[in-house]
Ligand binder design. Sequence first.
Ligand SMILES: C[S@@+](CC[C@H](N)C(=O)[O-])C[C@H]1O[C@@H](n2cnc3c(N)ncnc32)[C@H](O)[C@@H]1O
Length: 323
Amino acid sequence: MIPDYPPFYALVKDSILAEWLHTLPKQVESAFDPQRHGDLPQWLQAIHDLPDVTTERRGLNSSSVSVGLRQELTSEQFLTLETALRQLHPWRKGPFELFGLPIETEWRSDWKWDRLQSFIAPLKNRTVLDIGCGNGYHCWRMAGEGASLSVGIDPSLRFVMQFWALQRYINNPAVTVLPLGVDDLPESMAFDTVFSMGVLYHRRSPIGFLQQLKTLLRSGGELVLETLVIEGDEQQLLIPEGRYAKMRNVWFIPSVLMLERMLRRCGYKNVRTVDLSSTTVLEQRSTDWMRFHSLVDFLDPEDQSLTVEGYPAPKRAVLIANA
Ligand SMILES: C[S@@+](CC[C@H](N)C(=O)[O-])C[C@H]1O[C@@H](n2cnc3c(N)ncnc32)[C@H](O)[C@@H]1O
């Protein structure tokens, strides 16, 4: 039993994704191979256990992506809802609210959205791709801004299942999260806007990745790139010796100026940096819905301007460029 992707396939059969439909359903099916993750049956069961109700109430353009009202559920259904959603712990990106139940996630992902939203091309009627979208929090916000198609990809099945918990009630086939990594995408696509947020530093070949992002955009389309950066001139780059803020897979943290140059060298036009922010322990923290360690545990307890490894603490930039 895999989540209900066919309504999305039907919707995009005459769109820029038409060609991809020759291979996409098979890719999705194999991503849901039960051998791939031992916890998958438990997550599928959690989605299956969600109370069987429908609602007209959706809130996609407020900080907390929400669906349903408290009074639409009985107390028993409300308890069933919470129990099922907790099976999908840890909830990292959000916040969400389902039928009045707040999901306080590790990240205030709405803050990231607020930092970039006024700088991007208006999303109304645009097709958008969000690479490494986690549970799809920002995909819902993109739909809230009027995107005609909001496609996220993320290889983490747990996050994909969190998306499906929301989709079960929001029920909008123009928004989807596919259980895929960036290397599973077709060689060429024609999205109006491509978002890559929190992914570049995980890539071993950052320039190759930026070139690939360009092939996913139509000519003139917009890239929204959010990533970790360090202070310094266009020659500055941090490649951590081992972990960075306890993360194992961080490869590449450039200065903003180096990143802008990389984008220009890859052929992007109109490259500009629209935001630079330090990540605080208010934006990324442990909560009741994410009970593991979080940013405060990844920083030097004596000096919060450094990570526990002695590197500069996380600072993030948002860059926008056109293909
Ligand atoms: C730091 S999170 C960023 C989530 C979200 N974009 C945000 O900015 O809040 C990075 C995400 O990239 C995903 N990811 C890891 N490898 C990936 C790949 N090869 N292709 C696409 N996404 C990937 C992870 O599962 C994770 O959800």
